[in-house]
Unconditional design. Structure first.
Length: 418
C-alpha cells in the first residue's frame, strides 16, 4: 500500500482517497461482476468471502478470514488500534432463484473500494478503518451474530451504502421478524376414510385467511406477508402436516412485539378450529434502523461533492420500506445506511429486473461514487473531533431497543430475504 507517510490535511486526504478509488475502479467492477456471476446464499458465500478478502489483502490491509466464528465473514483493518474506528460493512449474499436482485455485489465492491481508499490516510489522520464482511443479510441475521461476537465494539461509526432506484441519505427501514408455523394433523385416505383425517392444510389456510383479514387493521408502517411452504404431497391423502412462513414489520420493536402477539393468537385459533397441534417459532428480530442523521448528512455532502444528486428523505414513503440487520447495528453504534442510484425509478429491488441493473454500467459507475463518498466521510470523522462528538451525542439521545430482545433464533443457509 502506498499510503501517505506524513501528516495530511482533510482536504488533501479526500483528494487522495478519490484518486485511489479511481485507480482501483476497474478492479472493483471486476469484483462486482465476479460476485454477480456466482451468487451464493446466506452463510454459504464461500467464494465471495474469499475473493473479497483476497482483494483487500492485495491492497495491504491486515485480513482475518472466518472472523468472529463465522466461516464466511472476514475483518480487514489498517490504522492505529486506539484511533476512532470507522467500520465499513460489506454484504455479499444473494437471493434464492433471482441471484443478486438486492445488489449486494455492488455493496461489497463499494465497501472494498472505500476501505482501500480510507486505508491510504487512516494512519496519518490517527484513525482506523475496518472493512467487515457481513454475510447473510437476506434473512440470516449475519450482523446480529457479529454484534454478539463483539465485531462492532467501540466503533466510532458504521456505514454501508445500498443500491436503489434513487439517491437518499437515509430511509425508514422497519423492524421485522418471521414466524415459521407447522400444523400437525393426521393423514388419511382422502376418499376412503376422510373422517379419520385431521387436515393440517385446512389449519394453515384458515390461519392465512385470518391473517389477511388482520392486514386491513394495520397502520401504514405495519406490514404482514404470508406464504404457504408445505401443503401435502399427494392429492388423495389428507395432509397431516402443513407449514407457512409469516413475516411482520413495524416502525419499531415495541409495536412489532404487539403484532407478533396478534399473529400468534390467529395461528393458535386456526389450529384449534381444525383440531391440529401447532409448532411455531420466531426466527429473531431485525430492529428498525436508527439513522444517525449527522453521519448521513456528512455522507451526502461528500457524495454531492462528487456530483451525485439526492432526493429529500421525506420523498421515500414508509409504505416502501424494507428491513435490514443494519438496523440492529444502529442500536449499538452510530450508523448510516444511505442508498445510491443504479436503476430508473420504478425498478423494484428483489426483482429479476433489478438483478440485471446490478450488473449494469450504471451500477459500475455507482461503485466509484459510493466508495469515494464513504472514504471521504471516514476522513471527516478522523479529522473532525467536533463531528465525532455530534455523531455520538445524537446516538446517545436516540431511543434504542434492548439488543438482548433481538437474538437470532435459527437462521440457516438458504433462508429467504427480509
Amino acid at each position: 500500500m502506498n499510503a501517505s507517510t506524513g501528516p495530511v490535511t482533510a482536504e488533501a486526504a479526500k483528494e487522495l482517497v478519490r484518486a485511489t478509488v479511481t485507480d482501483w475502479h476497474p478492479r472493483l467492477v471486476e469484483l462486482s461482476h465476479d460476485l454477480w456471476d456466482r451468487p451464493e446464499l446466506a452463510y454459504a458465500e464461500h467464494h465471495a468471502a474469499a475473493v473479497i478478502a483476497g482483494v483487500l489483502e492485495s491492497a495491504g490491509l491486515d485480513v482475518e478470514r472466518s472472523a468472529h466464528g463465522i466461516e464466511t465473514s472476514f475483518v480487514a483493518r489498517l490504522g492505529p488500534a486506539d484511533g476512532p474506528d470507522v467500520i465499513i460493512c460489506c454484504e455479499y449474499d444473494a437471493l434464492p432463484v433471482i441471484g443478486h436482485a438486492c445488489g449486494h455485489n455492488v455493496i461489497a465492491a463499494m465497501g472494498v473500494g472505500a476501505g482501500i481508499a480510507a486505508a491510504q490516510v487512516a494512519g496519518q489522520l490517527g484513525g482506523r478503518v475496518t472493512v467487515l464482511g457481513t454475510p447473510a443479510e437476506e434473512g440470516g441475521g449475519g450482523k446480529i451474530k457479529l454484534l454478539r461476537a463483539g465485531a462492532f465494539d467501540g466503533a466510532a461509526a458504521a456505514i454501508m451504502v445500498h443500491p436503489e432506484m434513487g439517491e437518499v441519505e437515509y430511509v425508514p427501514f422497519l423492524a421485522a421478524d418471521s414466524l415459521e408455523v407447522t400444523m400437525l394433523g393426521q393423514e388419511s385416505h382422502a376418499s376412503s376414510a376422510p373422517w379419520d383425517g385431521i387436515n393440517a392444510l385446512d389449519a394453515v389456510v384458515s390461519a392465512y385467511v385470518g391473517l389477511q383479514m388482520m392486514r386491513a387493521t394495520l397502520h401504514v408502517d405495519e406490514k404482514l406477508h404470508v406464504i404457504i411452504t408445505e401443503g401435502g404431497a399427494a392429492d388423495n391423502v389428507i395432509p397431516g402436516r402443513a407449514s407457512a412462513r409469516i413475516r411482520v414489520r413495524a416502525g419499531n420493536a415495541g409495536r412489532l412485539a404487539e403484532l407478533k402477539r396478534r399473529v400468534e393468537v390467529i395461528v393458535q385459533s386456526a389450529a384449534s378450529q381444525v383440531g391440529c397441534s401447532v409448532d411455531q417459532r420466531w426466527r429473531g428480530n431485525y430492529l428498525e434502523m436508527i439513522n444517525n442523521k449527522t453521519l448521513a448528512a456528512r455522507y451526502r455532502a461528500n457524495a454531492e461533492l462528487l456530483g451525485r444528486s439526492f432526493y429529500p428523505p421525506e420523498m421515500v414513503p414508509v409504505e416502501m420500506a424494507g428491513s435490514t440487520d443494519m438496523g440492529n447495528v444502529s442500536h449499538v453504534v452510530p450508523a448510516a445506511h444511505p442508498v445510491i442510484e443504479i436503476c430508473p425509478i420504478g425498478v423494484a429491488c428483489h426483482s429479476p429486473e433489478f438483478a440485471t441493473w446490478a450488473r449494469s454500467e450504471k451500477a459500475d459507475e455507482a461503485i466509484a461514487g459510493g466508495a469515494a463518498a464513504m472514504a471521504m466521510t471516514a476522513v471527516d470523522i478522523w479529522a473532525d473531533a467536533e463531528l465525532r462528538s455530534a455523531i455520538r451525542s445524537e446516538f446517545e439521545a436516540a431511543e434504542r431497543a434492548d439488543f438482548d430482545t433481538a437474538a437470532p433464533a435459527h437462521f440457516v443457509v438458504g433462508d429467504p430475504q427480509l
